[in-house]
Design a protein around this ligand. Structure first.
Ligand code: C2E
Ligand code: MG
Ligand code: MG
Length: 553
């Protein structure tokens, strides 16, 4: 009691000063009694300033902050902490929480016995709001309220438990933006964020990492089955939401899942993105799990999409020429020009791999002109230097035929080189596209009427249409190597090719057998009435120099 009276006396002098400072002042005795000074400060808190116990105060502290507060206090009283500073939330009379910064020091008698503690309270709600605003600006996506990529990077560096990352990319987002407008696209993103939060545990694990790209951190040991179930639940719900928002719009998600990690793994987002990108490029509507091959394949595909254009400028493309022989190999009837790509980064890349990519990117048009220009030069070389007057076959993609400048440009290139059109055979494969596309059929007929020869390539592989063979004008039919090889083992196929050759001849179409690798295949071709043979048995595709050397020897 004596101590209390002394302390009270001392405080009378400073009380007015405290009221002016805007801070709260308090003192606490060993029995837990607390006295608060500055009525103005404490009037928003439901506590009696003259008659309160520390437990009354603790009861008003935010449940998430109580533990830290009590620990600090005990450590300080026991002398482990020299100064006591604590920031916590306390309930106001209005029911909301205000942020308090408490600072205090304890007093002890000469025997080290705790006498009392005195300290201040400052309302730091504004400062905390400002800090939160700055934090949100740095770490949160303003549109959806989700955490951003920056926050995810920091989390990946610090997360100690094992986790996986699920990456999601919306299909058609650009289309929604272009067709339905900016506001609608934003709404789709918000719906997406809401749907994610409803299914995947806590907001601190859901991130918007780019415009239409999201990542979910799955902390703990999720089995693949577990993840699949969550994804299914999520996608069904989300698709319905979108379908209702934009009437009838069917949206897809491309998803990738990283491998599990033991924590603190900064590569996981990259892994999940590679897997997601793989799903996007292949238009897969299920979640792809990362592995090294997926990354390699995707990287190679992406490289090719940009590399073709670049490689064309830096002379990485060139043509080789495969001689095609009259039946039995009596003489070279014509050559087929075939494109090659020797990439600086990846070495030799087969046309079976890069032609479809060029068709996808549209680079096939420029590659096609390159093939014509190189083939024309080779024809001039064969005719003028080697006096070897034979035609040259050039492969065409239907996409080239769809370019309305193609026929006139091709004519110009060939005419300007001073080469008669009859020396050019255009080979075309995609009978399906020819069957369904009027523009391509028209262009093909134009090539015919301008004096070029046209051949139907790879007959018997994939989709091959008899209708096209009979409807359009072809001077040659090239039977695909797979079918030729089958005929070698299967009598029925052999009979079919015989009948086909007979039919072609009756229409004035000559037949070429591809993939002749042995003398037996060659004999078989002759048996079936095939006019020309192309294959490694006779010759591989050759460069200009090799052809020249064969001629002079
Ligand atoms: P294609 O037009 O059917 O060309 C024949 C392919 O068969 C060539 O493959 C040739 O090297 C290969 N070949 C020839 N004889 C044999 C043989 O005895 N055995 C085996 N196993 N293969 C043989 P390549 O050069 O790899 O070309 C593949 C395909 O790429 C071509 O098939 C063609 O569809 C396309 N392509 C090549 N160059 C061009 C081009 O300049 N433009 C377009 N649009 N496509 C091209
Ligand atoms: Mg061909
Ligand atoms: Mg072919």
């Amino acid at each position: 009691m004596k101590i209390k009276q002394v302390v009270e006396k001392e405080f009378v002098h400073v009380e007015e000063l405290i009221e002016a400072s805007g801070e709260g002042l308090w003192k606490m005795y060993p029995d837990g009694e607390v006295v608060f000074y500055n009525k103005e400060f404490y009037k928003i808190i439901d506590i009696d300033p003259q008659k309160a116990m520390i437990d009354d105060w603790i009861r008003l502290i935010h449940p998430e902050d109580t533990k830290q507060f009590s620990e600090n206090l005990t450590e300080h009283i026991s002398g482990e902490l020299s100064r006591f500073t604590s920031q916590y939330r306390i309930k106001s009379k209005m029911g909301d929480y205000i942020w308090i910064e408490a600072k205090a020091a304890a007093r002890y008698d000469e025997k080290g016995q705790f006498l009392y503690m005195v300290g201040s309270h400052m309302n730091i709600t504004k400062r905390k709001e400002y800090e939160k605003m700055v934090h949100d600006l740095a770490y949160k996506d303003q549109l959806t309220g989700l955490y951003n990529r920056q926050k995810l990077s920091e989390m990946m560096k610090s997360e100690n438990s094992s986790y996986r990352i699920l990456y999601m990319n919306l299909s058609k987002f650009r289309m929604i933006n272009d067709t339905y407008g900016y506001e609608a696209a934003n709404r789709v993103l918000k719906l997406f964020a809401e749907a994610l939060l409803a299914v995947f545990d806590s907001p601190e694990h859901v991130f918007r990492v780019d415009a239409d790209e999201f990542a979910i951190v799955l902390v703990g040991s999720y089995s693949d089955e577990n993840i699949k179930r969550l994804i299914k639940h999520f996608t069904l719900g989300f698709k319905e939401l979108i379908y209702a928002f934009i009437n009838g719009l069917d949206i897809n998600l491309y998803m990738g899942l990283s491998l599990p990690s033991e924590g603190k793994d900064e590569n996981l987002l990259e892994q999940a993105k590679w897997a997601g990108l793989y799903a996007k490029r292949k238009e897969l509507d299920y979640c792809v799990i990362y592995n090294a091959e997926i990354k390699e394949e995707t990287e190679r595909g992406l490289f090719m999409e940009l590399g073709i254009r670049k490689g064309l400028k830096t002379n990485e493309f060139f043509m080789v020429f495969q001689p095609i022989y009259k039946k039995g190999g009596r003489a070279i009837a014509f050559y087929e020009s075939l494109m090659r790509w020797e990439s600086r980064e990846y070495g030799k890349i087969s046309p079976d791999e890069f032609i479809p990519v060029a068709e996808k990117t549209g680079d096939i048009v420029d590659l096609g002109y390159f093939a014509i220009q190189q083939s024309v030069e080779m024809i001039k070389f064969l005719h003028e230097e080697l006096k070897h007057e034979v035609p040259m076959s050039i492969n065409l993609s239907v996409l080239q035929l769809l370019d309305n400048q193609f026929v006139s440009n091709a004519c110009k290139m060939i005419d300007e080189a001073g080469i008669s059109r009859r020396w050019i055979i255009f080979e075309i494969t995609e009978s399906f596209a020819l069957e369904s596309n009027q523009v391509a059929r028209k262009a093909l007929n134009e090539l015919n009427s301008m004096g070029f020869q046209v051949a139907l390539d790879d007959f018997g592989s994939g989709y091959s249409s008899m209708t096209i063979l009979l409807q359009l004008i072809f001077s040659k039919l090239k039977i695909d190597k797979e079918l030729i090889w089958k005929a070698h083992q299967d009598k029925e196929v052999e009979t079919f090719i015989k009948a086909l050759t007979y039919l072609c001849h009756s229409k004035g179409i000559e037949v070429v057998g591809e993939g002749i690798e042995t003398i037996h295949m060659s004999k078989n071709c002759q048996n079936m009435g095939i006019d020309y043979e192309q294959g490694f048995y006779y010759s591989k595709p050759l460069g200009q120099r090799e052809i020249f050397e064969q001629f002079i020897n």
